[in-house]
Design a protein. Sequence first.
Length: 70
Amino acid sequence: MERDNEILTSREAQKLLRIGRTKLWALTKSGHLPAYRIGEGRTSALRYKKAELMRWLENNRIVLKKDRSA
């Protein structure tokens, strides 16, 4: 369970979610992904909690219904 509390860098979050830097920033900026600033100013580093990223993934899971007409 300790790894669920892990704090990730932006690069580690990208790797975990298998998305690029631009997509990670867009999701963060829009408020979809929770992030934490380390330091002050716009260029300060961002960090992500692994458990929150995993919860976000689970909440955004899509379930496709089978097409019964086929």
